[in-house]
Design a protein around this ligand. Structure first.
Ligand code: SF4
Length: 352
């Protein structure tokens, strides 16, 4: 066992917990101690204790805090209502504290954890999943509730079994895990094992490929290999999908190009046809214009001929009139020159 402990201690040195566990406070209930575990993640223990004391005064029933607004809780922690800006530093602890109470309510349907003192193993099962409180803090509560220093919490058992510190199934009836963890380091071991359980060693999907213990953890090594195979398969699948998608896209591009070329050709034919029709229309119009012009010219010629004919008639008439006038003048002149005819004696009347 000691070899195993050494092995685990070596592994745990690779882990740096995000938060330390508080020192238990005399007079705090288990529920309040959980609240303290949450607050020490944000402020030093002394201030965290004063937060718990303030809230205990502000909310006679913890359920009232569970259903309260975070701003209101933060206001109590700050010592009075204030804007969100001024609540900086207390708003986060207030929100986490409220979420912790909500988590307790969801797991136990109440706002009291004192029942854990009666049956710690059942309590450990009930509180197996406490993401807000965390595994290490839950184990500390369970430890305070019973005599055991390190209770048989499912998450701790899982890490010990997977890392090969204990054989699978060996802890089924164990009431305390202290003997399986390196001794003499206070809560530090619990904090580190809890960190592994909370961040990577999840019950259903452990994130072994990100876990710092993967190179030494038997379960992790196997899971990591499987993960790598799955990743390689996923990558191959992704590449096949990419190739298939590229081929489809290429096909689609070619189809669109063909379609565009077909349309361009069709448009070209339509344009050529339109051009031919346009030219034909222009030729017809030119011909028509030509015919109209010829017609107009012909009409103008006819008109001119008519005018000329009329002019000729007028001219002829004028010449004839002139001739007639001349003739008349001539006759007149001849008449004047000729001797006057002798008057014949008037015939006597026959009666004589
Ligand atoms: S490597 Fe995997 S199985 Fe091992 S402790 Fe880390 S998460 Fe758990």
């Amino acid at each position: 066992m000691s070899n195993k402990n050494d092995q685990l201690q070596k592994l745990l040195k690779k882990i740096t917990p995000r938060a330390a566990l508080p020192k238990p406070v005399e007079g705090f209930s288990l529920l309040e101690h959980g609240l303290l575990c949450v607050f020490v993640r944000f402020v030093p223990q002394e201030r965290a204790e004063s937060f718990v004391a303030t809230l205990r005064k502000s909310y006679p029933e913890w359920n009232e805090m569970r259903v309260a607004q975070t701003d209101e809780i933060a206001g109590f922690l700050k010592g009075g209502r204030a804007t969100r800006d001024k609540l900086r530093g207390v708003w986060e602890p207030a929100r986490e504290g409220r979420e912790y109470l909500q988590e307790v309510f969801q797991r136990t349907h109440g706002m009291d954890l004192e029942f854990l003192r009666e049956d710690v193993p059942s309590g450990a099962k009930m509180l197996a999943q406490m993401p807000v409180l965390g595994t290490a803090a839950t184990c500390q509560l369970l430890g305070l509730a019973g005599e055991s220093k390190v209770p048989t919490h499912p998450a701790l058992v899982r890490v010990l079994e997977r890392t090969g510190v204990v054989a699978k199934g060996n802890l089924r009836k164990a009431k305390d895990l202290s003997s399986h963890l390196p001794a003499g380091e206070g809560t530090s071991v619990l904090e580190r094992v809890g960190e592994i359980a909370d961040r990577w060693c999840h019950a259903k999907s452990p994130v072994c490929h990100e876990c710092p213990l993967v190179d030494e953890c038997p379960f992790g090594k196997k899971a990591f290999q499987e993960w790598k195979v799955a990743q390689a398969r996923a990558e191959a699948h992704r590449q096949r999908e990419d190739a298939r998608r590229s081929a489809l896209e290429k096909k689609e591009r070619e189809r669109l190009d063909r379609e565009a070329a077909r349309l361009a050709k069709k448009n070209e034919v339509i344009r050529a046809k339109q051009d031919r029709e346009k030219q034909k229309r222009a030729a017809v119009e030119a011909k028509k214009r030509e015919a109209d012009a010829a017609k107009q010219r012909k009409q103008a010629e006819i008109q001119k001929r008519k005018v000329d004919a009329q002019k000729a008639v007028v001219k002829k008439a004028a010449a004839a009139a002139k001739q007639a006038a001349k003739q008349a003048a001539k006759q007149q002149s001849a008449k004047k020159k000729a001797p006057a005819p002798k008057k014949k004696p008037a015939r006597k009347a026959r009666r004589r």
